[in-house]
Structures are given as structure tokens and as C-alpha cells.
Design a protein around this ligand. Structure first.
Ligand SMILES: [Zn+2]
Length: 213
């Protein structure tokens, strides 16, 4: 599944005559990092009205997909916000379809996210970036303590507000072994809410082993 451009009429916010634009309707971020950069910079699907010269974002539906990050986001048009229940039902249907056809070989086992508008997508990506940086610091701190590092399954980590990397015990038998390893790094002076949350959840009674890659 590759990035796709669509064509549709765009409506200038100054109520000029509609005009046809080409816009990205599917962004395969892991294959086209430039498109991800454009989203972060607010340039994706930015068009200019030929009549009055105003720049604006074409508000078309978009699917954002980053396979290694296990991130699939359906971006709906801002103006459709009041149709959310209907759109979520359609998303579920489209997701099943994509999962079983275009992306069948990937064995997707994580649910899609949904947002309204490119600005909201940008926020999701910024938050991903922040978690990514914090995870790298955790991995470096774990290595400093002589611990190995485990990579959590990204969609699992995201759903639980865990970091993407955690300190790993040498021979993990239980979730609590992970809690002990996390405590070693946190007691070493690292300030990380994500790792703290991971520690708390791993030390709960009956906690299951984390999903690692
Ligand atoms: Zn205009």
C-alpha cells in the first residue's frame, strides 16, 4: 500500500469559486518520510485559491499509516465532526477491509486511531516524537546500568502509556521482574513518567508479561 493522491474540488474559505486540487489521501509515512515532515510542518495538502490567493488546507479525508510504528490514523474532515458516530462505524468497516486485503500480509493486530483535521494529526505525531525521545533516554539509562533493553510492541506501549523501550531483566519470568528492572533505572535518578507508569502496572498483582518484539 503506497501513498496516494486524490483529486477533488476545494472550497476557499473566502467563498470563491470551487477549484480542483490534488491532495494526499493516503500517507505511507514509513515509505515517504517527506510527507510526514510536511504534516509536522503544516504544509501537507496546503493549497492556494487561484481567485484570491489565500492559502488553506484542503480538508479531505486522509489515512496515515506508519507500519513499523504500528500507527494507523484515520483523519476526518473538521467539518464532519458532528457525524462522528457514523464515521467511526465507517472507519471500522474500512479498517477490516484494508486489514484483510491491502495489508493482509502484515497481520495487523492493533486498532486504528481517529482524529478530526490535520492539526490533530500533527499533535498525534508530536506526541509520538516526545514519547520516542523519552524512550531513547530510558534505553540509554538502562544500558548505563548494565541492563539490557527490550522493545515493547508499539501499539501495546501506546495503548498503555508505556515507553517504547524498557529496561529488561536478564531472564524475565514475571511482570514483576520488569518492575524491578524499571525501579533500578528510576532509582538511578531518571525522571520518566512513562517508565514510572510501566513500573506501577508491572508490579500490580496478576500483571501479565509485557508484549515485547
Ligand atoms: Zn479564494
Amino acid at each position: 500500500m503506497k501513498s496516494i493522491k486524490n483529486e477533488s474540488p476545494a472550497q476557499c474559505p473566502n467563498h470563491c469559486e470551487p477549484f480542483d486540487v490534488e491532495y494526499w489521501s493516503l500517507v505511507r509515512a514509513d515509505q515517504d518520510p517527506d510527507l510526514k515532515t510536511a504534516i509536522m510542518g503544516g504544509e501537507l495538502n496546503l493549497v492556494q485559491c487561484p481567485e484570491c490567493g489565500t492559502f488553506f488546507h484542503h480538508d479531505g479525508d486522509l489515512i496515515y499509516f506508519d507500519q513499523p510504528s504500528e500507527l494507523l490514523v484515520f483523519v476526518f474532515s473538521e467539518k464532519d465532526r458532528q457525524r462522528e458516530p457514523e464515521l467511526l462505524a465507517r472507519m471500522q468497516h474500512d479498517y477490516e477491509l484494508i486489514k484483510n486485503t491491502l495489508l493482509k500480509q502484515l497481520n495487523m493486530d492493533y486498532p486504528p486511531l481517529s482524529v478530526f483535521g490535520l492539526e490533530a494529526l500533527k499533535k498525534v505525531l508530536e506526541s509520538e516524537e516526545t514519547v520516542g525521545y523519552e524512550s531513547e533516554v530510558i534505553a540509554a539509562s538502562a544500558a548505563e546500568k548494565g541492563l539490557s533493553v527490550a522493545r515493547l510492541k508499539p501499539s501495546y506501549a501506546r495503548a498503555h502509556h508505556f515507553p517504547y523501550y524498557v529496561p529488561a531483566p536478564a531472564h524475565p519470568q514475571t511482570a514483576n521482574d520488569y518492575a524491578v528492572a524499571a525501579a533500578k533505572v528510576l532509582h538511578g535518578g531518571l525522571n520518566s513518567l512513562l517508565l514510572r507508569n510501566f513500573l506501577d502496572k508491572m508490579s500490580e498483582d496478576g500483571a501479565e508479561l509485557p508484549k515485547t518484539l
